[in-house]
Design a protein around this ligand. Structure first.
Ligand SMILES: [Zn+2]
Length: 245
């Protein structure tokens, strides 16, 4: 756990004399001298959401999962949600400007001051540039990689709870009662995004739009590659070894 004694959660207006320089030269109004501002990169099915949830609990920093936020906005029927819905319904990607607006609003909320884990953002070069322009410093970018065949089987076996967003897998992480969320007791859904025909398309889009971001962050010296094969615990250990939080 990060505690105030670690000196990691001081606000930008506090005296920070003697602080080590941050990994990235992203100086800006929101910059705070903390170490847990992470971006998780990796194709759909790589397991980064599971790891983000885990780290988020462990260090009490929020997970900012763009997919969950978009789905929540859609189900609440907010202005952004209504706009996003028209894209999702027709199988198109939600445009950058809309995703950026939603993430930016979230990053300004109070619970972000000790850090965050961005899960699913940035997804394009345009989003990465927008994050930079927001003046939000990023300490580490973790790039999760996995063989494509394993990816496809991981995604197709996924089942999601529409209420709490918990993700299960029919083989690797089944609920106690088949097809029912352990927490909410309601039937799990097989999201359209996770069906075979859409999975291949998502992987192609990832290769084209998001994979190049690894070079973008590599140049900034804050990129860590994480082998995402194996159990949740195996991968969690690799994250700890690579990042030494
Ligand atoms: Zn649930």
């Amino acid at each position: 756990m990060l505690t105030p004694e670690d000196g990691l959660n001081q606000r930008a207006d506090a005296s920070v004399e003697g602080e080590a320089p941050l990994a990235l030269p992203m100086e800006g109004a929101l910059l705070t001298p903390i170490k847990m501002r992470l971006v998780f990169l990796g194709s759909p099915g790589v397991g980064k959401g599971t790891q983000a949830k885990r780290l988020s609990k462990q260090y009490s920093v929020p997970q900012v999962a763009t997919g969950d936020m978009l789905r929540a906005a859609i189900s609440k029927g907010t202005a952004e949600g209504k706009e996003a819905k028209s894209y999702v319904d027709s199988g198109r990607l939600v445009p950058d400007h809309l995703v950026i607006r939603i993430v930016q609003a979230r990053l300004l909320e109070d619970d972000m001051r000790n850090g965050f884990i961005l899960d699913g953002f940035p997804r394009t070069k345009e989003q990465a540039d927008a994050l930079f322009e927001m003046g939000v410093g990023i300490d580490k970018v973790l790039n999760f990689y996995l063989d494509e065949k394993i990816l496809v089987s991981r995604i197709e076996g996924r089942r999601t709870c529409s209420k709490c967003n918990e993700i299960y897998h029919m083989d690797y992480h089944p609920p106690v009662v088949v097809g029912i969320c352990d927490r909410c007791g309601i039937p799990l859904i097989h999201r359209k995004d996770d069906k075979a025909a859409v999975v291949k398309e998502r992987l192609i889009v990832y290769q084209k739009e998001t994979a190049p971001l690894t070079q973008y962050y590599e140049k900034q010296g804050c990129l860590f590659h994480i082998d995402a094969n194996g159990s949740v615990e195996d991968v969690a250990r690799r994250i700890q070894d690579a990042c030494r939080f």
